[in-house]
Design a protein around this ligand. Structure first.
Ligand code: FAD
Length: 488
């Protein structure tokens, strides 16, 4: 693996047909705010059941900001429509269409490339918080603003658990539309495998219920490429019976990074379906921490814990038998929650087919050079049920056993250091991204490959192109892991 120059990176990620990531950066840098007659904005405001925030309003700065905010992802939307009802999403789609404005859809605001902000209209669904648990059917119906952690908390008292991601603050809808890899993937597949139905406002501003019965092809596309077809205002998903789980964190010293990485690889290689883990590595006080969830028998859980403890000398431990909701509500490693939020955040993610010795050596080396705010991670080691489901069964194709996601998140507050920060994170990515068979998971896209969109959807790409052509031929919904023509 070799690092490549910044110039070559820029050439590789050059403008594809459709809207490329590079083009999005260029747009945001220019911050050209489109001109629309203020009366039209006032008219939209009066049509809404929720709120409209426009440039100049006192809450504009807060309304435009999302989680991974930095000088490259920053956007200045003309209006943010904070939906009070699904009808507001339809009105916002009409408004954006009439005035030829770029549209972004937001639920939890956790997109890695800040796709949920735009230069034109932001359709912000985060105020839509209704949720119903049906314990008989073992399903949840949730509006788009409901977070993953909130579903786990509501389902818990019924002895049920949702199949969502590991971050409580990510929208349950947002994570499911892109795939949805979490603690229960080995037992119950991805979030998208558990989707039953979704309410969708399409590019023609019409709302419809999409499921296997009403439109099986569109339903297939929603499960993994979902942001491409419209605004999902609510969804129904399966829940699963989960008794208490054994979970928590075992910490180690950064000095033991190599042994811990090797141990993580060994444990995950033969992990039972009921087990999932994430290894986080920080150069600072928090050290390395092996976070895990075991949702099986107590005997097997005890054996797994023993294996985790034996890979290096633990420096501290916070492991206990607990409800699934208690674990699912724990803040993600990259959201420390202490002190004021940093001004800027960025993340890089790459997918690897295997944790090779070379990958381990690069991570050990990079950790030694990292600033204290850096959190690297290995997560969503693919095994169990999620890999036994056919890659063509849903639009989410990346189900290869033993593949894994590598992540590097960092934050800073001094704008002067931004370019240096980006240079460091890009070299981290270039050192670790694979030279061949490069694949990108829609929920974790942080860069573009040489071929572009086919890397996101693999064998499902051609079928998705057809579906996109049918439902959104103008690529109106493009601030997402986009179904676009391949790069030349
Ligand atoms: C700290 C952190 C931890 C994470 N952990 C996991 C994890 O464990 N597993 C995993 O699979 N992913 C994980 N992710 C990735 C996350 O699932 C994706 O970023 C997801 O797209 C976020 O959804 P959101 O609604 O919160 O974000 P947003 O920024 O609001 O949206 C993200 C994308 O989805 C589109 N979108 C959002 N809502 C809708 C909607 N209702 N209708 C149509 N399109 C919509 C947006 O337009 C945008 O393109 C994590 C992200 C973060 C920041």
């Amino acid at each position: 693996m070799q690092s490549i120059s910044r110039r070559r990176f820029i050439q590789q990620s050059g403008v594809a047909a459709g809207i490329s990531i590079a083009a999005q950066h260029a747009d945001s840098a220019a911050h050209k705010i489109p001109q629309v007659d203020p009366h039209e904005i006032t008219r939209l405001r009066t049509q809404l059941k929720g709120q409209l925030v426009a440039l100049g309003d006192s809450d504009y700065e807060q309304a435009r900001r999302v989680f991974y905010w930095n000088p490259r992802t920053e956007q200045k939307p003309l209006v943010v429509v904070q939906c009070g009802h699904e009808d507001d999403a339809a009105r916002a789609v009409e408004f954006a269409r009439t005035h030829a404005l770029e549209v972004a859809v937001r639920s939890g605001g956790h997109s890695h490339l800040a796709w949920s902000s735009s230069s034109g209209v932001v359709i912000d669904l985060s105020p839509l918080k209704e949720m119903t648990i049906d314990p008989k059917q073992r399903t949840v119906r949730a509006q788009a603003g409901v977070f993953s952690g909130e579903v786990a908390r509501a389902a818990g008292p019924f002895g049920l658990a949702p199949v969502l991601g590991q971050c409580p603050g990510v929208s349950a809808t947002g994570v499911t539309l892109g795939g949805g890899l979490g603690w229960l993937a080995g037992l119950h597949g991805a979030g998208c495998d558990n989707l039953v139905s979704a309410r969708l406002v399409t590019a023609d501003a019409v709302a419809r219920e999409v499921n296997e019965q009403t439109d099986s092809e569109l339903f297939w596309g929603l499960r993994g490429a979902g942001a491409n077809f419209g605004v999902t205002t609510s969804f129904t998903a399966n829940l699963h019976e989960i008794d208490t789980i054994l979970g928590g964190e075992v910490h180690y010293s950064p000095r033991d990074a190599r042994a811990v990485l090797q141990g993580f690889r060994e444990i995950m290689y033969s992990a039972p379906d009921a087990f999932q883990a994430t290894l986080n590595l920080t150069p600072g006080e928090r050290g390395l921490f092996f976070s895990f969830c075991h949702a099986g028998s107590e005997a097997e859980a005890g054996q797994m814990l023993q294996s985790i403890r034996s890979i290096a000398k633990p420096t501290k431990e916070a492991v206990r038998r607990q409800s699934f909701a208690q674990l699912a509500e724990k803040a993600a490693a990259t959201t420390s929650g202490k002190g004021p939020a940093p001004a800027f955040r960025e993340v890089q993610t790459v997918r690897r087919d295997r944790i090779t010795d070379e990958v381990i050596e690069v991570i050990v080396d990079q950790l030694a050079q990292a600033t204290p705010d850096v959190v690297m991670g290995l997560s969503h080691y693919m095994h169990g049920k999620v890999c036994r489901i056919s890659p063509e069964a849903t639009a989410f194709p990346h189900r290869q056993a033993h593949s894994v996601y590598l992540r590097m998140a960092h934050n800073w507050s001094d704008p002067q250091s931004s370019e240096q920060r980006f240079a460091w994170s890009e070299q981290w990515r270039e050192l670790l991204r694979p030279q061949e068979n490069e694949a990108i998971y829609a929920n974790y896209q942080t860069y573009d490959t040489k071929v572009g969109s086919p890397s996101l959807f693999a064998q499902n790409y051609a079928r998705l192109m057809k579906l996109k052509q049918q439902h959104d031929p103008d690529n109106f919904f493009h601030r997402n892991a986009n179904i676009a023509p391949p790069k030349a």
